[in-house]
Write a protein that binds this ligand. Structure first.
Ligand code: SDX
Length: 388
């Protein structure tokens, strides 16, 4: 029998926590951060303001915002010693493998502020993580192409600074395109939080043991890496490249529907959204704007993506199962237009998701919690004796 426990593989109907941060209505395609619709935040707010909102529960006053931005800028550099850590990796290491390592390693630099029961310590860790993720992401990239690391430049905005560290070199510092910086900011913002998804749940579970926040976020990064979760943005672009031509779409749709074939349409489907993912709508709009501004409206991958979306969303298989493009479907096309290499896409997701992870961790620690400890239905051997 099923004993005393509720059996809910995949946590389809189990709420693991209460939370005041993010609300999703999957049937209606609604996403609210602290009550504010994602569409309005994408249009009127910016990434750092949304970080403040997620962390503190309210939009900042002008003064609070200026203070927050300045605090984040204070923390953009990483300890010089951390840069040596990279040398232990092969240059062709997957960027997410390196991120799991370097973000976890950050905890080794902050022994003086790892008391998770001290509210100020928690806040400093949150600031450090939000500030250092783009620095580390750009370092991962620079290391992979054999270029020197670029130091952050604090007169730039969060997203400008990221693009500066990614694409400038000590020999040539170009001005960052405001169009690309805005697109980058929008991408970070659209990823900022999504309630109890697999990586956030991982962060909470790790945090419930009392582990330090850098270790917890590293566990979230590891969980995000999988193609069913954040790894989907990289997988989408690889899939669109593999499709290669509109004439091949039907073949890939047939493969995705074939239950004997492990292939699934990447960037399609969602555990909670069964009508549409509101972030995908904003992402598509951003994609159109960015490509138009860059004069890349005829991008062949965008054409394939749009045709694929049209065919899939009219196909009975996908309609019946409520499978629609999710947040990861169009983000890769924008990231590619910005010049971000495909292997780095999931690192971008991790960077954008950091405030969500840390806000959930902070909420859990500040509101009281118990160690997360799921039970199981044992289906193995009954007791037996070791052979004489
Ligand atoms: C993210 O949870 C979050 O909030 C995540 C996220 C966030 O912001 O944190 O939104 C970010 O992870 C987006 C999702 C990125 N993943 C992908 O794009 C990969 C492709 N998608 C699928 O693997 C899948 O749809 C999931 C993982 C997103 C959802 O998995 P579920 O909820 O367990 O759904 P399921 O596998 O039970 O699917 C139901 C049915 C099945 O068919 P039947 O067995 O009922 O016949 O739909 C089919 C599935 O086989 N199906 C697909 C499909 N996704 C589901 N068939 C073809 N192509 C697909 N993509």
């Amino acid at each position: 029998g099923k004993g005393l426990f509720t059996y809910d593989p995949g946590f389809v109907s189990t709420a693991a926590t209460e939370s005041k941060i993010t609300y999703i209505d999957g049937a209606a395609g609604v996403l609210l951060h602290r009550g504010y619709p994602i569409e309005q935040l994408a249009e009127k707010s910016d990434y750092l303001e949304t970080c403040f909102l997620l962390l503190h529960g309210e939009l900042p006053s002008d003064e609070q915002k200026a203070q927050f931005v300045s605090t984040i800028k204070n923390h953009t550099m990483v300890h010089e010693q951390l840069s040596h850590f990279f040398n232990g990796f092969r240059r062709d290491a997957h960027p997410m493998a390196v991120m799991c390592g370097v973000v976890g390693a950050l905890s080794a630099f902050y022994h003086d502020s790892l008391d998770i029961h001290d509210e100020h310590h928690r806040l400093v860790s949150a600031h450090r993580l939000i500030a250092k993720m783009p620095t580390l992401a750009a370092m991962v990239y620079k290391y992979s192409i054999g270029q020197p690391f670029m130091y952050p430049r604090n007169e730039l905005s969060y997203s400008e600074n990221f693009l500066h560290m990614m694409f400038n070199t000590p020999c040539e510092e170009k001005e960052v395109s405001p169009i690309l910086a805005k697109a980058m900011d929008r991408i970070f913002l659209l990823h900022a939080d999504h309630e109890q998804n697999a990586s956030t749940s991982t962060v909470r579970l790790a945090g419930s043991t009392g582990a330090n926040p850098f270790a917890c976020i590293a566990s979230g990064i590891a969980a995000l890496w999988g193609p069913a979760h954040g790894g989907a943005n990289e997988a989408v672009l690889n899939m669109l490249n593999e499709i290669g031509d509109e004439s091949n779409i039907d073949k890939f749709i047939a493969k995705a529907k074939d239950k004997d074939d492990p292939f699934r349409l990447m960037g399609f489907g969602h555990r909670v959204y069964k009508n549409f993912d509101p972030r995908a709508k904003v992402m598509k709009q951003t994609c159109d704007e960015v490509l138009a501004e860059l004069g890349m409206e005829n991008d062949p991958l965008l054409k394939i993506a749009m045709k694929l979306e049209k065919i899939a969303t009219e196909d009975e298989y996908f309609v019946k199962r409520g499978l629609y493009p999710n947040v990861d479907f169009y983000s890769g096309i924008i990231l590619k237009a910005i010049g971000i290499p495909t292997e780095l896409f999931t690192v971008i997701f991790a960077t954008g998701r950091t405030p969500g992870w840390i806000a959930h961790w902070n909420e859990m620690i500040s509101e009281g919690y118990r160690i997360g400890r799921p039970r199981q239905l044992y289906t193995g051997h009954t007791k037996r004796d070791y052979p004489a």
